[in-house]
Write a protein that binds this ligand. Sequence first.
Ligand code: DAH
Length: 340
Amino acid sequence: MTEEIQNLRGQALTEILTCKDLSKLENLRIKFLGRKSKISFLLSQIGKLSKEERPVIGNLLNKTKKEIENQISSRKEALQILKRKKSKPQKAFDITLPGRPTEIGAKHPLFQTWEEIENIFISLGFEIVEGPEIETEYYNFDALNTPEWHPARNLSDTFYLKNGMLLRTETSPVQIHVMERYKPPIRIIAPGRCYRNDKPDASHSPIFHQFEALVVDVGITFADLKGTLDSFVKRLFGEKIHSRFRPHFFPFTEPSAEIDILCINCNGKGCKLCKNTGWLEMGGAGMVDPNVLKEVKYDSEKYTGFAFGLGIDRITMLRYRIPDIRILFKNDLRFLQQFV
Ligand code: DAH
């Protein structure tokens, strides 16, 4: 019997070692180790052997079985490696190749300005709020003391939606949302996107960006408006730049003014940028009209406030000397890559 087992062992190891493919190897495993294999049969017959033979043959059979198992698994590994090497060598991973570079993005120049404006006002003790871009006529016009006949309400100037709502034409309606919700003291800025039915040209875009500033408290005066505005302008454009007011009309402020700043290109001497006036137009401002305060149920005898609105696109264009507002919205990488 010992000899039979030795022969079996020799046959199995040779066949396994010379086997050349994985499925044939599996057949060999079944042939030499499966339920119907010789080894399984011999193992089942051990009980019939004499007491002396039993441990000797049993040991030999188990050892042989283990040996065949090991031989099969190492042959399997070798065949798998061989298979991998043969299959599509062009797909092999070349660890010496350099990695793919990751492009580093950057913030759009408009949002760089936006964030800088926010930071300046945060340092002045203001809070940042945002309001909806889709508004009702009430918030965009009525509550802001803008009468029915005002030209801004014209269909040709404002984008009205089918449901009677509209795309806000300025950030001023955020003033109303804030005052409806909170009691004085109020000290906020509200940056955001606005829409007007303007034909695009170098200085007009149907989408543009503004920020609104609103301060309401006991004893707020025009001097607070001037001081706040000048602090902001100096922080943004440098110590030499200050602001001036020109009388104007806005429905929601009384008195109202337009804001100019000293030309940042020529410091007021006169140049092409300021069309030789020495000043650059920046936006509007004024003392909050008592009608607006009454509308939000503030006591207009007790509280006063100031407000102003400035264009974020305009400021961005001035800072980076961008000649045409439309470039800001084109997503042209040749332009944007300059701000990385
Ligand atoms: N909303 C005005 C505009 O878009 C700008 C403005 C003027 C805002 C006066 C104000 C203000 O808060 O007091 O033309």
